[in-house]
Design a protein around this ligand. Structure first.
Ligand code: S3P
Length: 451
């Protein structure tokens, strides 16, 4: 028995130990929703998006595209935390000058300037909340500058001023794997003279590439690099947004560590660059299965796979498992970047040590997620220590419980909630309302699968 119970705001929200059961369709994918709105704005015709994520971050993107002249018509809401939206774009070179409030949305902050930078005559300022003002933008300003763009920032931090200029293609070696930086440069490449090639140190999510290819752009992958050719205009089309694997991951991990759970997650996006967590948990002892009869009794079963385009999705059935510690290195990081805090939690319940390295990027997320995870889980009784580029957890097979502060970070708020379900004494999450950024219905969904 249990669920999320709101008390007064200062005391936060409590999550009591409870198994998970039944079925859940996680909310629509945040990364894909941002991109659907942006690419829709770049097209000239209408783009219809089924299941656009209704969250603070993705609403900021709709407001941003409206600010530059796109017309956004919102249709009916669906029961999964999304709604239908039609975006009437302005065309590749049609963005009007504007001041853009990105709120807390790092993806919007880093991707949109690529499109704006190549439109001579325009000027745009992008700024956001207090946390966004700590998110580095030099990672896009530097390569965009190399393409001939004029970008000004406050010592590499927002606010960011983009003055549109003619761009030339670039051949750019990214120092860190980042889908945001890659996407930004690919959009700039659409307006540049000549080809633009981006080399990634490890493959990151390719939602932008898929959407651009569907819009008629000549884009190709060759090993670790992606090349885009300039175009006159994009062809608009329809997008179906799958459930967000990164949101589903909180429930998946909860069902792996709370005894007595059996949960099915439906229509979850399974883009292969997003599901790195599945290979990490298989190294932690989880037996993965597919649709074949003899695989049905495995711990995590991936079935009902379908691909309505541009992204594949599937159902995941999950049961508790005895986990063992594992090593997670730099090559695992891009495919599981947003799930690494959950790997720390799984590590608490595993036998032996779990070490995450090569993940210094975590320090630059909505919070310093290495510090936040280590301080937060330590307060709940975990044996975990911070490293410059990750953390090391000594599994004890349990977690006492206590209080954890979300630090304004949606993924920390949800981590605290899942820790509560798996703990001995329950967890109180202060600042729980940070979930609004990506998953406003989180507490409701959690209640639905724990009662
Ligand atoms: C995202 C890319 C990742 C991820 C973020 C969403 C995207 O960031 O952490 O939540 O939609 O492109 P980086 O590009 O900084 O790795």
């Amino acid at each position: 028995m249990t669920s999320a119970r709101s008390s007064d705001e200062a005391r936060g929200v409590r999550f009591e130990p409870a198994p998970l059961g039944g079925e859940l369709r996680p909310p629509p994918d945040k990364s894909i929703s941002h991109r659907a709105a942006l690419v829709g704005a770049i097209c000239k015709g209408p783009t219809r998006v089924s299941g656009y994520l209704d969250s603070a971050d993705t609403r900021a993107t709709l407001r941003a595209v409206e600010a530059v002249g796109a017309v956004v018509s919102q249709g009916d809401s669906d029961p999964n935390g999304g709604f239908f939206v039609e975006v009437q774009g302005v065309g590749l070179r049609g963005a009007s000058p504007a001041a853009i409030d990105v709120g807390n949305a790092g993806t919007l902050l880093r991707i949109m300037p690529g499109w704006l930078a190549g439109q001579p005559g325009g000027e745009w300022e992008l700024d956001g909340d207090e946390s966004i003002r700590r998110r580095p933008v030099d990672r896009i300003a530097e390569p965009l500058g190399g393409m001939g763009a004029s970008i000004e920032s406050r010592d590499g931090l927002p606010p960011l001023v983009v003055r549109g200029s003619p761009l030339r293609g670039i051949d750019y070696e990214m120092p860190v794997a980042s889908a945001q930086v890659k996407s930004c440069l690919l959009l700039a490449g659409l307006l540049a003279e000549g080809e633009t090639t981006v080399h990634e140190p490890a493959p990151s999510r390719d939602h932008t590439e898929r959407m651009l290819a569907a819009a008629g752009v000549a884009i190709r992958r060759d090993g670790d690099s992606v090349t885009v050719e300039p175009v006159a205009e994009l062809e608009s089309g329809d997008v179906t947004v799958p459930g967000d694997f990164s949101s589903a991951a909180f429930f998946l991990c909860a069902a792996l560590i709370v005894p007595g759970s059996e949960l099915t997650l439906r229509e979850v996006g399974i883009n292969r660059h997003r599901i790195g967590l599945l290979s990490i948990i298989s190294r932690m002892g989880v037996e993965m299965g597919g649709a074949h009869e003899h695989e049905r009794e495995r711990d995590v079963v991936v079935h009902e796979i379908r691909d309505p385009g541009p992204e594949p999705m599937a159902s995941l059935r999950v049961r508790p498992v005895r986990l063992r510690g594992a090593e997670v290195g730099a090559e695992d990081v891009p495919g599981a970047i947003d799930e690494l805090p959950l790997v720390a939690l799984l590590g608490c319940f595993a036998e032996g040590e779990t070490v995450v390295s090569g993940a210094a990027e975590l320090r630059r997320k909505e919070s310093d997620r290495i510090e936040a995870v280590v301080d937060g889980l330590t307060a709940l009784g975990a044996r975990i220590e911070a490293r410059p580029d990750g953390f090391a957890v000594e599994g004890t097979g349990e977690l006492r419980g206590g209080t954890i502060d979300a630090r304004g970070d949606h993924r920390m708020a949800m981590l605290g909630a899942v820790a509560g379900l798996a703990s001995r004494e329950g967890v109180e999450v202060t600042g729980f309302d940070a979930v609004e950024v990506s998953y406003p219905g989180f507490a409701r969904d959690l209640t639905a699968v724990t009662t």
